[in-house]
Design a binder for this molecule. Structure first.
Ligand SMILES: [Zn+2]
Ligand SMILES: [Zn+2]
Length: 154
């Protein structure tokens, strides 16, 4: 069962003395709040509201899968993250906006330059070949080494 609504009414949580919820969130909920280059594939939410004397505590974790483009080779890949959270709401507040909370957790977790793998070889700057898939014939590294040797010889 998908979680369709991530705006929780704090009054009804107070009345029911807390709330526990766990499940997958509808991914399209985050389309409007996240950066356009991210496509959320899946967010699993574990959320537990508990009552304090004058506040409501929300704590739990998210496990997300986001479709990103690699900053080196430009190929799409699935980025996985897990983030814990603790959020405190004042009793005078009406709504707990878990939607925005999850969106900011995802933005914090996603790296500025996401890589499909730590040793992604990227794209050849000369011919555009994806060097993870095949090697190209451009020998620019040797070329550079040769230029250095030539300068030393002079
Ligand atoms: Zn890559
Ligand atoms: Zn090349």
């Amino acid at each position: 069962m998908d979680i369709e609504n991530l705006l929780f009414d704090l009054n009804s949580i107070k009345n029911s003395k807390g709330l526990k919820i766990e499940g997958a969130c509808r991914a399209s909920l985050f389309d409007s709040v996240l950066h356009k280059s991210y496509k959320v594939a899946e967010v699993f939410l574990n959320l537990n509201f508990s009552l304090g004397s004058d506040s409501i505590l929300a704590q739990g974790f998210i496990k997300g899968k986001v479709n990103l483009l690699c900053a080196r080779c430009n190929e799409a890949f699935e980025y996985k993250c897990k983030e814990n959270f603790i959020e405190l709401y004042n009793c005078s507040e009406k709504t707990a906006d878990i939607e925005s909370l999850i969106a900011s957790l995802l933005s914090i977790s996603i790296p500025m330059k996401p890589l499909c793998s730590d040793d992604c070889k990227g794209i050849c700057s000369k011919c555009g070949t994806n060097l993870n898939i095949e090697n190209c014939q451009c020998d620019y590294q040797n070329e550079n080494a040769f230029a250095v040797l030539k300068n030393l010889a002079i």
